[in-house]
Design a protein around this ligand. Structure first.
Ligand code: CO
Length: 334
């Protein structure tokens, strides 16, 4: 029985990754116990876990006019933006060809630089929602290209809460990794690690993969430990997650390499784009880049300079997240 379930899960995942279909899994929303008769606003806000749905009672007589808002941190590096962010947005557009799909960036610094460098105007999520409302859209499915539910995701959640009453209905999906296989929930982290591993090189006992994530002061930094655990469970014992700005650090990863007497290292970003962190902190020629430090320590180093959006298996997971927000907007039962 247990084996059958596992088999079915594996087949579902294979189909999703292999066939390019977006499968709506258990998107999951958390619901307060029905015994709580009159939850306060604060309790309701604290209970906002998982996929969020809001309907504004006063606007229910409006006609449905639906849009999808895709939100990303953004990047100033044009080539990687096109290969990762735009490619993922295009995959979402391909699934909903008759629906308006808008892209917004949350980094105001990047928005300003892209405008100055390329003359390209990309809205903030707040501006994008105001524009959609001005154009008569009444229902919006919001989805994020965030990797973990950290500060960036909290920003988007705040936008959802501040603007939800402007629309008849708004939904907000979860980032790439949210559920960790709790109770009946999906295991986003395991699925994401399996998708990530499709880009791992083959290696022997002397080879390791250092997976560079961003890191955050937000408690969601703990996801990196879950990722490592799931990688190990999937048999990728030669892959180590480290972060640029959090824990585990690059020094922690170096200790692992020494302990296991590794000779050859592949560096790769666990980030949506191969932007500034990947090009400079990871693979730059300056002596303080991770590549340079590893070489100085005597390792043979390969760099994999591609964002997660270029990984079709990961891209499919982002499309799945968008489709969960869309299905919830359409009122589909979970
Ligand atoms: Co950064």
């Amino acid at each position: 029985m247990k084996l059958n379930m596992k088999k079915m899960l594996a087949m579902g995942l294979l189909c999703m990754v292999g066939c390019g279909f977006a499968v709506v899994g258990n998107a999951g929303s958390f619901k307060l116990s029905e015994d709580v008769k009159a939850p306060t606003v604060a309790l309701k806000q604290a209970a906002q876990v998982g996929l969020l749905t809001h309907e504004t009672a006063a606007l229910q007589n409006l006609e449905n006019k639906d849009a999808i808002l895709v939100m990303s941190f953004g990047t100033t590096v044009k080539e990687t933006r096109e290969k990762n962010i735009n490619a993922t947005v295009n995959a979402i557009k391909a699934l909903y060809p008759d629906t308006k799909v808008v892209l917004a960036f949350t980094s105001h610094i990047i928005i300003d630089r892209v405008k100055a460098n390329e003359g390209l105007v990309i809205p903030t999520p707040e501006e994008a929602l105001a524009q959609l409302k001005a154009e008569g859209y009444t229902r919006v499915a919001m989805t994020s290209l965030d990797i973990i539910p950290g500060i960036e995701y909290d920003y988007k959640k705040a936008v959802f809460n501040l603007h939800k009453n402007d629309f008849k209905k708004v939904t907000f999906g979860t980032p790439l990794m949210y559920w960790q296989g709790q109770e009946d929930k999906d295991d986003d982290v395991a699925e994401s690690m399996q998708a990530l591993a499709t880009q791992f090189p083959q290696g022997g006992k002397k080879d390791a993969i250092l997976v560079m994530a961003h890191g955050t002061p937000h408690p969601a930094n703990a996801y990196y430990a879950v990722m490592q655990d799931k990688l190990n469970a999937l048999g990728h014992n030669n892959a180590f997650v480290f972060t640029v700005e959090g824990w585990p650090s690059f020094e922690n990863a170096l200790e692992e390499l020494k302990e296991r007497k590794i000779k050859n290292v592949t560096l790769m970003p666990l980030m949506m784009v191969a932007g500034d962190h990947a090009l400079n902190d990871m693979a730059g020629d300056e002596e303080d880049s991770f590549k340079s430090i590893l070489k100085k320590e005597g390792y043979n180093v390969d760099v994999y300079l591609h964002g997660l959006g270029e990984n079709i298996a990961v891209q499919n997971l982002f499309v799945k997240k968008a489709s969960q927000a869309w299905e919830a907007l359409q009122g589909a039962k979970e």
